[in-house]
Design a protein around this ligand. Sequence first.
Ligand SMILES: N[C@@H](CCC(=O)N[C@@H](CS)C(=O)NCC(=O)O)C(=O)O
Length: 118
Amino acid sequence: MAALTDFPISRKWPAQHPDPIQLYSLPPPNGVKVSIMLEETGLPYEPHLVRFDANDQMSPEFLSLNPNNKIPAIIDPNGPNGESLPLFESGAILVYLAAKSGRFMPEDTRSTMKRCNG
Ligand SMILES: N[C@@H](CCC(=O)N[C@@H](CS)C(=O)NCC(=O)O)C(=O)O
Protein backbone atom coordinates (compact mmCIF):
# COMPACT_ATOMS: atom_id res chain seq x y z
CA MET A 1 0.00 0.00 0.00
CA ALA A 2 1.53 3.32 -1.11
CA ALA A 3 1.94 6.03 1.52
CA LEU A 4 1.60 9.68 0.61
CA THR A 5 5.37 10.10 0.90
CA ASP A 6 5.82 7.42 -1.81
CA PHE A 7 4.37 9.86 -4.37
CA PRO A 8 7.15 12.04 -5.86
CA ILE A 9 4.78 15.04 -5.89
CA SER A 10 4.88 15.08 -2.08
CA ARG A 11 8.57 15.99 -2.25
CA LYS A 12 7.84 19.28 -4.05
CA TRP A 13 4.58 19.91 -2.16
CA PRO A 14 5.03 18.25 1.27
CA ALA A 15 1.86 17.50 3.20
CA GLN A 16 1.46 19.36 6.48
CA HIS A 17 -1.35 16.94 7.31
CA PRO A 18 -0.95 13.51 5.69
CA ASP A 19 -4.54 12.29 6.29
CA PRO A 20 -6.79 14.64 4.30
CA ILE A 21 -7.15 14.69 0.52
CA GLN A 22 -4.20 16.49 -1.10
CA LEU A 23 -5.28 18.98 -3.78
CA TYR A 24 -2.79 20.26 -6.36
CA SER A 25 -4.38 23.17 -8.15
CA LEU A 26 -4.87 26.89 -8.69
CA PRO A 27 -7.92 29.05 -9.40
CA PRO A 28 -8.82 28.72 -13.12
CA PRO A 29 -12.30 27.17 -13.67
CA ASN A 30 -11.12 23.54 -13.82
CA GLY A 31 -9.36 24.03 -10.50
CA VAL A 32 -12.14 26.00 -8.85
CA LYS A 33 -14.83 23.42 -9.53
CA VAL A 34 -12.91 20.81 -7.51
CA SER A 35 -12.25 23.32 -4.71
CA ILE A 36 -15.98 24.17 -4.62
CA MET A 37 -16.86 20.46 -4.49
CA LEU A 38 -14.44 19.90 -1.60
CA GLU A 39 -15.91 22.86 0.29
CA GLU A 40 -19.51 21.81 -0.40
CA THR A 41 -18.96 18.18 0.63
CA GLY A 42 -17.02 19.21 3.72
CA LEU A 43 -14.38 16.58 2.99
CA PRO A 44 -11.13 17.60 4.67
CA TYR A 45 -8.38 18.58 2.24
CA GLU A 46 -5.02 20.27 2.07
CA PRO A 47 -4.49 22.58 -0.92
CA HIS A 48 -1.15 22.96 -2.70
CA LEU A 49 -0.62 25.83 -5.12
CA VAL A 50 0.63 24.81 -8.58
CA ARG A 51 2.10 28.01 -9.98
CA PHE A 52 1.84 28.39 -13.75
CA ASP A 53 4.16 31.43 -13.58
CA ALA A 54 6.85 29.05 -12.28
CA ASN A 55 5.84 26.31 -14.76
CA ASP A 56 5.13 24.00 -11.82
CA GLN A 57 2.75 21.93 -13.95
CA MET A 58 5.76 20.86 -16.08
CA SER A 59 7.91 19.78 -13.14
CA PRO A 60 8.82 16.07 -12.90
CA GLU A 61 7.04 15.91 -9.54
CA PHE A 62 3.76 17.22 -10.97
CA LEU A 63 4.06 15.12 -14.13
CA SER A 64 4.46 12.02 -11.96
CA LEU A 65 0.88 12.60 -10.80
CA ASN A 66 -0.61 13.90 -14.04
CA PRO A 67 1.47 13.26 -17.17
CA ASN A 68 -0.94 15.61 -19.03
CA ASN A 69 0.51 18.60 -17.09
CA LYS A 70 -2.95 19.87 -16.15
CA ILE A 71 -4.44 20.94 -12.86
CA PRO A 72 -6.44 19.87 -10.91
CA ALA A 73 -5.08 16.64 -9.47
CA ILE A 74 -5.57 14.99 -6.11
CA ILE A 75 -4.25 12.20 -3.94
CA ASP A 76 -6.68 10.70 -1.47
CA PRO A 77 -4.51 8.98 1.16
CA ASN A 78 -7.67 7.18 2.37
CA GLY A 79 -9.07 5.96 -0.92
CA PRO A 80 -11.00 2.76 -1.65
CA ASN A 81 -9.92 -0.17 0.55
CA GLY A 82 -7.88 2.30 2.62
CA GLU A 83 -5.34 2.69 -0.16
CA SER A 84 -3.99 5.94 -1.58
CA LEU A 85 -5.75 7.02 -4.75
CA PRO A 86 -4.13 9.46 -7.20
CA LEU A 87 -6.56 11.09 -9.62
CA PHE A 88 -6.62 13.77 -12.31
CA GLU A 89 -9.26 15.19 -14.72
CA SER A 90 -11.76 17.44 -12.96
CA GLY A 91 -14.78 15.40 -14.05
CA ALA A 92 -13.30 12.18 -12.67
CA ILE A 93 -12.39 13.96 -9.43
CA LEU A 94 -15.93 15.39 -9.07
CA VAL A 95 -17.50 11.94 -9.54
CA TYR A 96 -15.05 10.42 -7.05
CA LEU A 97 -15.75 13.10 -4.43
CA ALA A 98 -19.51 12.72 -4.93
CA ALA A 99 -19.21 8.97 -4.39
CA LYS A 100 -16.92 9.35 -1.39
CA SER A 101 -19.15 11.90 0.31
CA GLY A 102 -22.47 10.38 -0.79
CA ARG A 103 -23.61 13.80 -1.98
CA PHE A 104 -24.44 15.52 -5.30
CA MET A 105 -25.03 12.23 -7.13
CA PRO A 106 -28.54 10.78 -7.55
CA GLU A 107 -29.07 7.25 -6.28
CA ASP A 108 -31.26 6.57 -9.29
CA THR A 109 -29.66 8.28 -12.28
CA ARG A 110 -32.23 7.05 -14.82
CA SER A 111 -35.33 8.46 -13.09
CA THR A 112 -33.50 11.70 -12.29
CA MET A 113 -32.61 12.15 -15.97
CA LYS A 114 -36.23 11.43 -16.97
CA ARG A 115 -37.37 14.18 -14.57
CA CYS A 116 -34.82 16.59 -16.09
CA ASN A 117 -35.79 15.76 -19.65
CA GLY A 118 -39.55 15.98 -19.01
N1 LIG B 1 -9.80 18.15 -18.99
C1 LIG B 1 -9.00 18.70 -17.92
C2 LIG B 1 -8.56 20.08 -18.30
C3 LIG B 1 -7.69 20.70 -17.23
C4 LIG B 1 -7.03 21.97 -17.73
O1 LIG B 1 -7.20 22.39 -18.91
N2 LIG B 1 -6.27 22.62 -16.86
C5 LIG B 1 -5.55 23.81 -17.25
C6 LIG B 1 -5.96 25.00 -16.37
S1 LIG B 1 -7.69 25.30 -16.40
C7 LIG B 1 -4.07 23.58 -17.07
O2 LIG B 1 -3.67 22.93 -16.12
N3 LIG B 1 -3.22 24.11 -17.96
C8 LIG B 1 -1.81 24.02 -17.79
C9 LIG B 1 -1.08 23.72 -19.08
O3 LIG B 1 -1.73 23.36 -20.06
O4 LIG B 1 0.15 23.83 -19.08
C10 LIG B 1 -9.82 18.74 -16.62
O5 LIG B 1 -11.04 18.94 -16.70
O6 LIG B 1 -9.23 18.54 -15.56
